[in-house]
Design a protein around this ligand. Structure first.
Ligand SMILES: Cc1ncc(COP(=O)(O)O)c(C=O)c1O
Length: 399
């Protein structure tokens, strides 16, 4: 976690510096054997011991438990989130599963936001319930609902904000106050805003989940996940779940993610500026029913978003007059936008949550959570915003 010792900042730890410095340097030191400035890809399954008594003498034994390239990314993310430690995973879902496996057992109860990534809903609904964990989905933006869902057996409240796909915003500090009073854990998925815009530990969360597949890696090149925790005890339980279930990130993915994270702030700033411009443009379009973007002053949680995050993110959702049929035509008509799952990367993507990312959520629950059949989700990329708007404009003319 310290910088190249030849720099004038030799004695200063990176952790005390600005976000941009941390995203470039945290977790990474020039390779001591060659001087290579980038962390090598330690593509090795196993690590040789010098003797039977020297188990893990150099810190590693078998890459399912830990790997030096993966460790560099974990150290970087720990510094960026301001946590105690991090474990990295094969996907964002693997990260979420490790949290559930490590922290819950049969007989426990967990409260999960009613708008979360569809895969989180699917795992909780199919597997947590099957293994004897009771699950209640609540509107986490309604604090009374969270409070009244608490039971004696509740061990965890799991939030995601802004939530995928409706961009509903949850008050993280207020939920943390509720969980703190009740003595339960607050786990939050910080994928949409990343530590550049939102710092859940400063708002009282205990565990942060990431799909690094999205903004952190940022180039549509990898699947990955991370769990950042506030204490050694939580780290031990979750790392044990990762080791036992084999959910670990690969060294190659860790290396690509290490490179992606270095430009996180620049991408987030530009992609969010593009998203705001597109949301404002869409709102004025005669064929648009409504637009949801937390950075629009008429978003119901605009003030809350401004208070708890330093940016609004690059996700926009909207519905067209004519609902699903018009929405489908639009998604087929765009050219610069790609019709694809995933989000957060430099390429702009357009998605239909009901048939794609949230198909696992039953129709009644989707409707109750505002995930309507006509909802269109945009992940705004790094292209010139004029080109993105022009493509939407010409597609809207044709629907
Ligand atoms: C907010 C959020 N969390 C978690 C995930 C799961 O991540 P992954 O696809 O890397 O498993 C996603 C995927 O879209 C997501 O949007």
């Amino acid at each position: 976690m310290t910088c190249n010792l030849r720099l004038p900042v030799a004695e200063t730890t990176i952790a005390g510096m600005g976000f941009r410095t941390k995203q470039v340097h945290a977790g990474v030191t020039p390779d001591p054997t060659t001087g290579a400035i980038l962390t090598p890809i330690h593509q090795s399954t196993t690590f040789v011991q010098e003797s039977v008594d020297e188990y893990m003498g150099k810190g590693y034994s078998y890459s399912r438990g830990g790997n030096p390239t993966v460790r560099a990314l974990e150290e970087k993310l720990t510094v960026l989130e301001g946590g105690h430690d991090t474990t990295a995973y094969a996907s964002g879902m693997a990260a979420t599963v490790a949290v559930f496996l490590g922290l819950l057992q049969a007989g426990d109860h967990v409260i999960i936001g009613d708008v979360v990534y569809g895969g989180t809903y699917r795992f909780a609904d199919h597997f947590l319930k099957r293994f004897g964990v009771e699950v209640t989905f609540v509107d986490a933006s309604d604090l009374d609902s969270v409070r009244s869902a608490l039971r004696r057996e509740t061990r965890m409240v799991f939030t995601e904000t802004p939530a995928n796909p409706t961009l509903k915003v949850t008050d993280l500090a207020a939920v943390s106050e509720i969980t703190g009073d009740a003595g339960v854990l607050h786990v939050t998925d910080n994928t949409f805003l990343t530590p550049y815009f939102q710092k859940p530990f400063e708002l009282g969360a205990n565990v942060i989940v990431h799909s690094t597949t999205k903004f952190l890696e940022g180039h549509n090149a990898t699947l990955g996940g991370a769990v950042v925790v506030e204490s050694a005890e939580l780290h031990e339980r979750i790392a044990f779940a990762r080791l036992s279930a084999g959910l670990v990130m690969s060294p190659m993915v860790a290396w690509l993610t290490l490179q992606g994270v270095k430009t996180l702030s620049e991408r987030m700033d530009r992609q969010s500026a593009n998203a705001l411009a597109i949301a404002e443009w869409l709102r004025g379009h005669p064929k648009i029913d409504y637009v949801n973007y937390p950075g629009l002053p008429d978003h119901p949680q605009y003030e809350l978003s401004k208070r708890q995050a330093s940016g609004f993110g690059a996700m926009v959702c909207f519905e067209l007059h004519g609902g699903i049929e018009t929405g489908k035509k639009l998604m087929d008509a765009v050219q610069l936008w790609s019709l694809a799952e995933n989000l957060g990367a430099v390429e702009s993507l357009i998605t239909h949550p009901v048939t794609m990312t949230h198909a696992a959520v039953p129709p009644a629950e989707r409707a109750a959570a505002g995930i309507t059949d006509g909802l269109v989700r945009l992940s705004v990329g790094l292209e010139d915003v004029e080109d993105l708007i022009a493509d939407l404009d010409s597609a809207l003319e044709r629907v």
